[in-house]
Design a protein around this ligand. Structure first.
Ligand code: 5GP
Ligand code: MN
Length: 343
């Protein structure tokens, strides 16, 4: 496979020429899709259909309820819908590795001509024929925004709404260190084009909490542990907690960020017992430790300040292992505050 790593603005045209040349497209994104995954995917869907392409979208996991306000969310189909369909071009968004779209989907959904990889993860693999990997971008949505701008077409209203949602989500509502003057400028333009009220987007994404999620939160917070030096905080969720509260792992979203907000905490971890008894761990860092490297030691990945991995271990063993590893990273890194903004 001929791999072309595109990093500069000028090279957007290489990818755009592929968009011009072919007619049938499929889009996909990572399992447990978040706001950036679905936002960037639906924005690209809106753009490609507007320029006359035939586009299908296939995801392993269903669209979470709180993203069903996005235009065209219902074009997203599941793995079974792929059947014998073969697009000329497959575009994978926000996924780090091809397997992250789901093992079965990655083996079923095969392009005839080109595999395109658009991503902003620090640990992104160049698995495509064309790889638009920009770790300095706040989100995959920001890359898609720049790509469409480069096509010199106007961004339509639906597209603006999807891009804004992705940008908002991956910058933690413009709070994280990947928020820059540029992300604010892009956001302002998208609000102008999309003619939506930002507070409504916020409410749609974050304020649709089922009571059950709060009950789970209370269970999970009761497991909170902080290391003696106060630098590493961790919580865990068990299948028993999900059963008791009528929730699943989706309800854990955002919990690790709350743990990270504890004064003095440098690394926050949330371990979740999965149905197959493996453990998914979410990691967050205030900047002193690069958690994407830490997660990569366990075949995971992500960003310097937000990463994840899955361990085939009991949740308590997994958590102990990761807390110890995080401590090793802390011991090795300078105590001076390190800015990972461009990570
Ligand atoms: P979260 O903790 O919110 O699930 O994920 C945080 C970040 O880490 C996201 O950017 C996500 O894509 C990445 N991430 C989470 N789990 C994994 C994993 O198992 N493998 C890889 N490569 N990245 C992950
Ligand atoms: Mn993203």
């Amino acid at each position: 496979m001929n791999s072309l790593q595109i990093t500069g603005m000028s090279n957007y045209s290489t990818l755009l020429s592929v968009f011009d040349r072919y007619h049938t497209f499929a889009l996909s994104t990572h399992i447990n899709p978040d706001g950036d995954a679905i936002g960037s995917e639906l924005a690209l869907y809106a753009f490609l259909t507007e320029i006359g392409k035939s586009v299908k979208v296939f995801n392993t996991d269903a669209v979470p309820k709180n993203y069903k306000f996005l235009p065209c969310w219902d074009v997203i189909e599941g793995v079974n819908a792929v059947d014998t369909y073969r697009p000329e071009v497959l575009v994978v968004l926000d996924a780090s590795t091809l397997e992250r779209i789901g093992k079965r989907l990655s083996k079923t959904l095969l392009p005839i001509h080109k595999l395109v990889n658009i991503d902003h993860h620090a640990t992104a693999e160049a698995f495509g024929d064309i790889n638009l990997i920009m770790p300095a971008a706040s989100s995959t949505s920001e890359i898609v925004y720049k790509l469409i701008k480069h096509y010199q077409t106007s961004i339509n209203q639906a597209c603006a709404l999807c891009l804004y949602t992705g940008l908002m989500f991956d910058t933690g509502c413009f709070r994280y260190s990947n928020t820059t003057d540029e992300t604010h400028r892009i956001a302002a333009e998208l609000i102008e084009i999309g003619k939506f009220a930002p507070d409504e987007i916020y409410r749609n994404v974050y304020e649709q909490l089922p009571v059950a999620k709060l009950r789970l939160l209370s269970e999970v917070l009761s497991t909170l542990q902080v290391t003696d030096n106060g630098k590493i905080a961790s919580v865990y969720a068990t299948q028993e907690m999900f059963r008791k509260t009528g929730t699943n792992t989706d309800a854990l979203e955002g919990i690790v960020n709350q743990i990270q907000a504890i004064a003095g905490v440098e690394v926050a971890l949330c371990a979740s017992e999965m149905t197959d008894r493996s453990t998914k761990v979410s990691l967050r860092s205030q900047g002193r430790v690069d958690v994407s490297q830490l997660a990569a030691e366990f075949e995971g990945g992500g960003h310097a300040r937000a990463a994840g991995c899955r361990l085939v271990m009991h949740y308590l063993t997994a958590l102990t292992t990761l807390v110890q590893t995080a401590q090793r990273y802390m011991d090795q890194s300078p105590s001076k505050y390190k800015d990972c903004r461009k990570d």
